[in-house]
Design a protein around this ligand. Sequence first.
Ligand SMILES: [Zn+2]
Length: 349
Amino acid sequence: MLKRIKQITLNVLKNGGIFQLALNSQWRQDRLLILAYHGISIEDEHEYDSDLFMSPDLFRSRLDLLKAYNCNVLPLNEAITRLYKGDLPHNSVALTFDDGYYNFYKQAYPIIKEYGFPTTLYLTTFYSIYNRPVFDCACQYILWKSREQTLDLSGLTGTKLKIDLIQAASRSFVFRNIKDFCSRENLNAVEMDKFAAHLAAQLDFDYEDLASRRLMNYLNPDEIRVLASDNLDIQIHTHRHQSPLDQHQFKNEILENVIHIQDISSIQPTHFCYPGGIYDMAFLDWLADLDIVSATTCEPGLASRNSKRLLLPRLVDVTALAPIEFEGWLTGVSSAIPRRKFTYNRGVN
Ligand SMILES: [Zn+2]
């Protein structure tokens, strides 16, 4: 309901010329909209998780809107430098992708190239090097694909329950039960991969076929090298997609990520994105110690010169965001419209 009211309000503002006024304003010129994406579907991934994945057609329509609104899509480093210098061009936007799914290489990048927009990939490196399906996504995708079935958990996690997978809530319960089992048993990545294969076998789902189609895999180092040689900007997203609250572990996550990015791509990354958008104020000093130039969150908003460099707002664009809402963000008008408190919170590994 709130969403519908918001869309009606935005349409009234657009038809009343407010979008155009905002676009031409000094207020908008002084601001940078950083857009965040995760995956562009190869098959039906956006039907399984419409927040994490978007169809290629919808993604293309977003880039069409960037063109229609004459947005200046800048490389991230240039955009942030010019933001703080106060010399951004009109309607500045920076495009970012998180995590480094294989579909970035297969789907997103060819589309972005057609439009000629610079892009930054915040790459998490563990699942890039260990190139098997990302455990959390793979398990949830298998459960969704098998939603017509009933799963007996006793042979998997020891929980004596048979669960009908048709409801999203039941699938969430099963997934949490699986995650609890993995952490209780302290399974490593290879054991978790075997567990996912075992889960798939229980549901007559072909796990190796999923792995070979790479719907839930990250880019491998060879693909990263190809993209880097085509001048793709690759930046920091931690090695294991996590931000430990322990200073030593947190810094290690970043340093390991940096070393792997350097090894694979020869890029010297200095910009960071909080995994899952989750941050703690203690991180700011730790990031500063590591000479990190900027850090982006998943809190929707436009960055201004008053934004903290290590807490830059970013709009996570999802399937459910209506075109008028997206246009509202391009113009900056949406940032003045009340919205639900930020709840983006995703652990991928
Ligand atoms: Zn991420």
